[in-house]
Write a new protein. Structure first.
Length: 386
């Protein structure tokens, strides 16, 4: 009995140490850096208990590539986990490459993967979108200047190798990528077509457009997300709707990958501004959308049929123009890049979806160069845990 109580006490004391730390990473996408060179970097932050951010020692980390993005592309950074090992991938727009790092899950530090950066399109590749498969085995990449999608297999050490047949043709220049939680489909915002392309993913990573793809949207897509149930897809446009303001399209997703608009869509983001990105809460009850040139973040309640409604007090003012947005895996905090000033805005999320500033916000990315940073949280939202 004495041993039993001693063991229980040991476990209780160890529990806080076993809790998963939360981190925020930014692809700084530097335009003008040291000696007028666009030397790109990734900044790393630990999320504190109150939502404030502390920069990780050694951050920012040089990517070995060049920045140079000019658009608000919210998906230029991605994370992947397989067999308990996690990796981070960051696009280098100015050199058309992708940098890879191993993530220290305890302290959040990054270590460059051997062979990084890896070739995508080379040259001035354009503004990239990256996403990974839920099983951590594939990375998908596309640039808004290209009409194809690169698919890479992710090795156990994080190295990237293009799969047979890659790159695969897309219907148009693309921006915004997301894989469905079951890993069966890749959703692609196909800008020039004002549509979402849906592609089935083979076990090899090869892509094939599903019947009926692409599916029309209200305007040119910028970013998209899918809920953990895998039955609702959310799409924000680039501000081209009706020539004046942005909207949010919501689609039901069928088992065969086809999309159908939900009743009442498109929905209004609450401002007259361009959307800069979107992110779902882990429980799928709230959708957060940045309203870029209104300097606001909208918080919208998601009904079971996908209909959206502003929560009380939304939209919420930010201290500058917000771009990409991400939510922590525990659902407590939402962060957005302030791309014009190289900072991160932090908000706590109440149980009713209301947002409040975290202490110390906004937080500098630690680089004084001009750039258009995008961000991601780690660990990523886990649909398997729901």
């Amino acid at each position: 009995m004495k041993y039993f109580w001693h063991a229980c006490l040991t476990l209780l004391l160890a529990a806080p140490a076993l809790a998963q730390n939360q981190f925020v990473y930014t692809d700084n996408n530097v335009n003008i850096g040291i000696d007028k060179k666009a030397v790109n970097s990734v900044s790393a932050f630990k999320v504190n208990e109150d939502g404030s951010l502390t920069q990780v020692k050694g951050s920012p980390y040089a990517t070995g590539g060049l920045g140079g993005g000019n658009n608000i592309d919210p998906e230029e950074i991605a994370v992947s986990t397989q067999s308990g090992t996690s990796f981070l991938y960051a696009a280098n727009d100015g050199s058309g490459t992708i940098s890879a790092y191993a993530i220290n899950p305890v302290g959040g530090s990054l270590a460059r993967v051997a062979g990084s950066p890896f070739l995508a399109d080379g040259g001035n590749g354009g503004d990239y979108s990256l996403t990974t498969s839920p099983n951590g085995k594939f990375l998908f990449a596309t640039a808004d200047t290209a009409t194809d999608i690169h698919v890479y297999s992710i090795a156990s050490d994080g190295a990237l190798t293009e799969v047979a047949g890659s790159p695969f043709p897309a219907g148009a220049d693309s921006q915004g990528l997301k894989v469905t939680p079951n890993g069966n489909f890749l959703l692609v915002g196909e800008g020039a077509l004002s549509a979402v392309g849906v592609y089935s993913i083979a076990t090899s990573g090869a892509l094939t457009a599903v019947a009926g793809s692409p599916f029309p949207t209200s305007a040119s897509p910028l970013d998209l997300d899918v809920n953990c149930a895998g039955n609702l897809v959310f799409v924000v446009d680039d501000g081209s709707y009706n020539g004046s303001y942005s909207t949010i399209d919501v689609f039901s997703l069928a088992r065969d990958g086809s999309l159908a608009p939900v009743p009442g869509e498109p929905f209004y983001n609450g401002s007259s501004s361009t959307n800069g990105g979107l992110a779902l809460s882990p429980n799928g009850q709230y959708l957060f959308v940045t309203d870029t040139f209104s300097s606001e973040i909208s918080s919208l309640a998601v009904s079971s049929d996908g209909a959206l409604s502003q929560v009380p007090g939304s939209p919420y003012a930010t201290s500058d123009w917000p771009g990409g947005v991400a939510v922590t895996a525990n659902g407590k905090f939402v962060y957005a890049t302030l791309f014009a000033v190289a900072e991160i805005e932090g908000r706590s999320i109440a149980t009713n979806g209301a947002l409040a500033p975290v202490p110390g916000t906004p937080f500098s990315t630690g680089q004084a160069q001009e750039g258009v940073p995008t961000l991601i949280t780690f660990p990523a939202r886990s649909c398997a845990a729901q």
